[in-house]
Write a protein that binds this ligand. Structure first.
Ligand code: FAD
Length: 483
C-alpha cells in the first residue's frame, strides 16, 4: 500500500533549510530545537518500534503563541509537521513518515484552572494523563478516562485520538467529556473554544471535529474536561469462565444486577493470561486453573458495604448458575493492582514474545471472539498465534497475532491477515478501528468502515482547514490513488 500519496491536494513540500531552523530558534529558544540525530531517535520512533521516520527537527513549544508561530511558518513555507504527545499511539500516527518536523507538546503541561463546584478542569494539551488523575483525585474528582499508557500519554493525544480505555463503559466518549478546546489551525490561527460550559447550543459544535482527528486538522493546545466525582468505593472481581458464551451471559447478568455501579468490564482469553504471567512476573490472581476466558468487573460507587454485598451476591449467583467457574474479589489495593496488572500488561507482554500484528476493532458482541477463532485457524500454518482481549463492555476487541521467537514482520503472515480481517469486520458492519485511530496503518482500509461520500466529505474538511496539507500528512485519509 502506498501511504506516501498525500491525502491533501498539491502537497509538494519544501525542504527544511538552515534559515527555517534559525527562525524556529527565535520562536522556542535554542534548547527546544532538537537537531541532534541521537536525540531525534526518540521523536522518530513509535512506541511499538514498528514505525520510524527520518525527521531532522523536533520542536518543543512552551505556549499556544509559540505553536501558532511555528504553524504559520510551516504553512507559509509548506513544511509538513507531525504533532506528537506522549508517543504511545499504536497506529503510527505520532511519528513522521518521511522527514516531517515533529511538534512535541510535552512542555505545555500546566493545569490552568479547576472548578470544584462545577467539576471541570482546564489544562494545557501536554499534561500527562496520570498526573492529571492524581491532581483531580486529591480534589475529590476523577478523570473520565483511564488507559494502560496513562503514565506517558498526554491529554492532547487522548483527545486527538478520541481515546476510549477502561472506563468508557461508565463515563462515555471524550466527545461527551470534552467541554471546550483551544486548537491551532494549520495557518497559525488560534481557535479559542476553551469554555467549560455544559450546555452551549450556539451553532456547529466545531470542537467535535478535532476530537479523533489525529493531528490532521489542527493542534490541540488546551482543553476543558468534565470531571466525574471520585468514587469512594471501588470493588474489583476477577472471574474465570469456560467459554465465550459464558462471558456474554455473565456480562448480561452484570448489566442487569450491577448496572448502576458498573464502571469497567474487561475480558482476556487464556492465551493473554498466560503471556502476562510468563513475561511480567508477579503473582497471578488465585483462580482455579483451566479457564478459557477471564473477566474483570469493576464497581465504582459511594457505599462500600452496599457495593461489596451486591458484588458477592452477584458472584454467588453466576457461580450457582454455572456461568463462572471460579472468581475472586480483590480485598485490598494491592490485590486490585495485581488484577489490573494482568489486563494492562498484555500489550507489553506480547512485545516480548515476538513480532505482533495488532488490530483494535469493534464487532457486534455475539461474534466478538469468533474473529479470534477464525484467525487462529487461518494462521496456524504460518506458526502465528492469536490472543484476544479488550473492552468487552464497549464491544471492543484487541486482536493480537504474534510469531513467538520471530521478531521481524513476515510478509506472508501479513498477507494472510490483511485485507481478510478488515473484510470480515466490514461484512458485520463493525469498525476497523474502535479506539486507536487510523494513523498510517489503516487509511487504505478506511472504505471498510466509511462510505465513499463520507470519505469525500472528510477530504473536503481537511482541504478547508489545511489546504496545503502540512498537518500530519499520509495519516487518516486514504491515499488519493485508492479512491
Ligand atoms: P501520540 O501517540 O503522541 O499521538 C497520537 C495521535 O494524536 C497522533 O496522530 C498525533 O499526531 C496526534 N496528537 C498528539 N497530540 C496532539 C495534539 N496536542 N494535537 C493534535 N494532535 C495530537 N488507546 C485507547 O484508546 N484505549 C486504550 O485502552 C489504550 N491502551 C493503551 C495501552 C498501552 C500499553 C499503549 C502503549 C497504548 C494504549 N492506547 C490506548 C493507545 C494510546 O495510548 C492512545 O491512543 C493515546 O490517546 C495516545 O496519546 P499520546 O499522547 O501518546 O499521543
Amino acid at each position: 500500500v502506498d501511504t506516501r500519496v498525500s491525502a491533501a491536494p498539491a502537497a509538494a513540500y519544501s525542504e527544511l533549510t538552515e534559515l527555517d531552523v534559525q527562525h524556529f530558534t527565535t520562536v522556542v529558544g535554542g534548547s527546544n530545537v532538537i537537531t541532534d540525530e541521537a536525540a531525534l531517535e526518540h521523536y522518530n520512533t513509535d512506541w511499538m518500534r514498528k514505525y520510524r521516520g527520518k525527521s531532522r527537527l523536533a520542536l518543543r513549544p512552551g505556549s499556544t503563541t509559540e505553536v501558532s508561530r511555528i504553524l504559520a511558518h510551516c504553512n507559509e513555507r509548506r513544511l509538513p509537521i507531525v504533532p506528537q504527545g506522549g508517543n504511545t499511539g499504536l497506529v503510527g500516527g505520532s511519528v513522521p513518515v518521511d522527514d516531517e518536523v515533529v511538534l512535541s507538546l510535552g512542555r505545555m503541561n500546566r493545569v490552568l484552572a479547576m472548578d470544584e463546584h462545577a467539576g471541570n478542569l482546564v489544562c494545557e494539551a501536554g499534561c500527562v494523563l496520570e498526573t492529571l488523575q492524581e491532581y483531580v483525585w486529591k480534589r475529590g474528582y476523577t478523570m473520565p478516562l483511564d488507559l494502560g499508557a496513562k503514565g506517558s500519554c498526554q491529554i492532547g493525544g487522548n483527545i486527538a485520538t478520541n481515546a476510549g480505555g477502561l472506563r468508557f463503559l461508565r463515563y462515555g466518549s471524550l466527545h461527551g467529556s470534552v467541554l471546550g478546546l483551544e486548537v491551532v489551525l494549520a495557518d497559525g490561527t488560534v481557535l479559542d473554544n476553551l469554555t467549560a460550559l455544559r450546555k452551549d447550543n450556539t451553532g456547529y459544535d466545531l470542537k467535535q471535529l478535532f476530537i479523533g482527528s489525529e493531528g490532521t486538522l489542527g493542534v490541540v493546545t488546551g482543553c476543558a474536561i468534565a470531571l466525574p466525582r471520585a468514587p469512594t468505593s471501588v470493588q474489583l472481581a476477577f472471574l474465570g469462565l469456560s467459554s465465550f458464551d459464558a462471558v456474554l451471559a455473565c456480562f448480561g447478568a452484570a448489566k442487569r444486577d450491577l448496572g448502576e455501579v458498573l464502571s469497567a468490564v474487561e475480558f482476556l482469553d487464556a492465551e493473554s493470561y498466560e503471556l502476562v504471567n510468563r513475561h511480567l512476573g508477579g503473582r497471578p490472581p488465585p483462580l482455579a486453573p483451566g479457564s478459557r476466558h477471564y473477566m474483570l468487573l469493576e464497581l465504582s460507587g459511594s457505599r462500600a458495604e452496599h457495593d461489596q454485598a451486591k458484588l458477592s451476591g452477584f458472584l454467588e449467583h453466576v457461580m450457582a448458575e454455572g456461568l463462572v467457574a471460579d472468581g475472586t474479589i480483590a480485598q485490598d489495593q494491592a490485590q486490585s493492582q495485581g488484577i489490573w496488572r494482568v489486563r494492562e500488561g498484555i500489550t507489553s507482554a506480547l512485545g516480548k514474545e515476538g513480532a505482533v500484528y495488532k488490530y483494535d476493532v469493534s464487532i457486534p458482541l455475539a461474534e466478538l471472539y469468533t474473529l479470534c477463532e477464525v484467525m487462529r485457524a487461518r494462521l496456524e500454518a504460518h506458526g502465528a498465534l492469536v490472543t484476544g482481549f479488550g473492552h468487552l463492555g464497549d464491544g471492543n476487541l484487541h486482536l493480537n497475532i504474534y510469531t513467538p521467537g520471530r521478531f521481524n514482520k513476515d510478509p506472508a503472515v501479513l498477507a494472510a491477515i490483511e485485507p481478510f480481517v478488515y473484510e470480515w469486520i466490514a461484512e458485520r458492519r463493525g469498525s476497523i478501528s474502535a479506539e486507536h485511530g487510523l494513523g498510517v496503518m489503516k487509511p487504505a482500509f478506511l472504505r471498510m468502515s466509511k462510505s465513499e461520500s463520507m470519505i469525500e466529505l472528510m477530504r473536503g474538511i481537511k482541504g478547508l482547514l489545511d489546504p496545503k496539507g502540512i498537518l500530519n500528512p499520509y495519516k487518516v485519509l486514504p491515499p488519493l490513488s485508492h479512491s
